[in-house]
Design a protein around this ligand. Sequence first.
Ligand code: FAD
Length: 434
Amino acid sequence: MSTYLRELEGKLSNDPFFTEKMNGGGGVDGSVGMRRVWIPGPVIVGAGPSGLAAAACLKQRGVPSVILERSNCIGSLWQLKTYDRLRLHLPKQFCELPFMGFPVEFPTYPSKQQFVKYLEDYAEKFDIRPRFNETVIEAEYDRTLGFWRVKSKRGRFEETEYVSRWLIVATGENAEAVVPELDGMDVFGGSIKHTSLYRSGEEFRGKKVLVVGCGNSGMEVCLDLCEHSATPYLVVRDTVHVLPREMLGRSTFGLSMWLLKWFPIRLVDAFLLMVSRFILGDTARFGLDRPIMGPLRLKNSSGKTPVLDVGTLAKIRSGHIKVRPSIKRLKRQAVEFVDGKTERFDSIILATGYRSNVPSWLKEGEMFGKEDGMPRMPFPKGWKGESGLYAVGFTKRGLLGTSMDAKRIAEDIERCWKADAKLCTPTMQSPPST
Ligand SMILES: Cc1cc2nc3c(=O)[nH]c(=O)nc-3n(C[C@H](O)[C@H](O)[C@H](O)COP(=O)(O)OP(=O)(O)OC[C@H]3O[C@@H](n4cnc5c(N)ncnc54)[C@H](O)[C@@H]3O)c2cc1C
């Protein structure tokens, strides 16, 4: 078997893709048949920051990889699904990918355009060229052969099966928009859109808009609407920790990281809440009740991120943004809330978050949870599964977590890559048939 692999790898030294047609030419329906492609290194699914970081770390260790990306660009979440005014929520030094810092001339919180430029420069620096417009529709470990079979679709008919010893899942915690089922959604006469489709408040000028969800995106969209002369209302269904983005002249995130080196998490939480109250006042007075658990402990236990305020709270305080309770049902041009009140709205924006899409394509029962598509093992153990399966960017710790995962994965695969293929490929009996 290892001789077979060596032969294949020999062929690949000139041609990065060794390709065979499985079904020959076009079918009666015009399909071009499924190709099978042997990949000597890992297959990475997703060309967001996590996929790029994994590919760069592997490259630094001499391991080639192939990235499959469903969209037509790198960092598609940032390029195609975020609003114009978005900036990194955390200071740039906490969002660097491995081996490349942000340019010194970039501000502490780079804009979306600057972050995309950084990703493009990163891909160029490490000569990473993803295969775009390829959606992975299925991936399964073939126990008989000891390989991952990764099926992708390009357009309506073109299907390819990539065969590889390693599969790195980099499809992100935010792969699909979460759109709740609201009673009366079909009768509401105004527009309803998820924040992934929201670009700017310009199109809502003069309109009364209900924003559902009070995470970082919902709060920032409300602020953007205010700045475009719309009238935003914010639905707050749950408790939420709002912290100032900066405190005592430092970023709240940076200060928290530093304090955690010296003090227990409960004490740091108490300190953050005390300073927040001093700077922002009692948020409960504006309808934003705090959870019982402190912000850092809550983040660790449930992954719920505190909102870093960039000016929204002042607008709530001044009455430019009004807080409303949960929605009971939608009517033709109005919304009925659970407190029994009904108000007219022109539009609804759903800042209801995202979810992983891993269960929809990865046929595997151990590493990822079926419900949430997240690794079952808590951080920092969620990056490695069985049989050459890895996950990058599922730590609920943003880009800092991505960097940690990418470095660990590359180190692990390099060990295997360098060792005899025989030792690294369990239960191999025959070459992948075509
Ligand atoms: C509005 C917003 C602001 C944020 N700000 C910050 C911040 O300031 N700091 C921070 O650290 N984090 C931040 N985050 C967290 C965010 O998750 C990361 O910034 C980052 O984008 C995660 O990178 P990723 O590569 O893991 O996932 P993504 O960026 O989501 O990339 C995943 C890629 O996989 C592709 N993909 C998905 N499914 C398939 C499939 N089946 N086949 C092929 N390709 C597929 C997608 O098209 C996408 O390109 C923010 C998130 C959002 C939504």
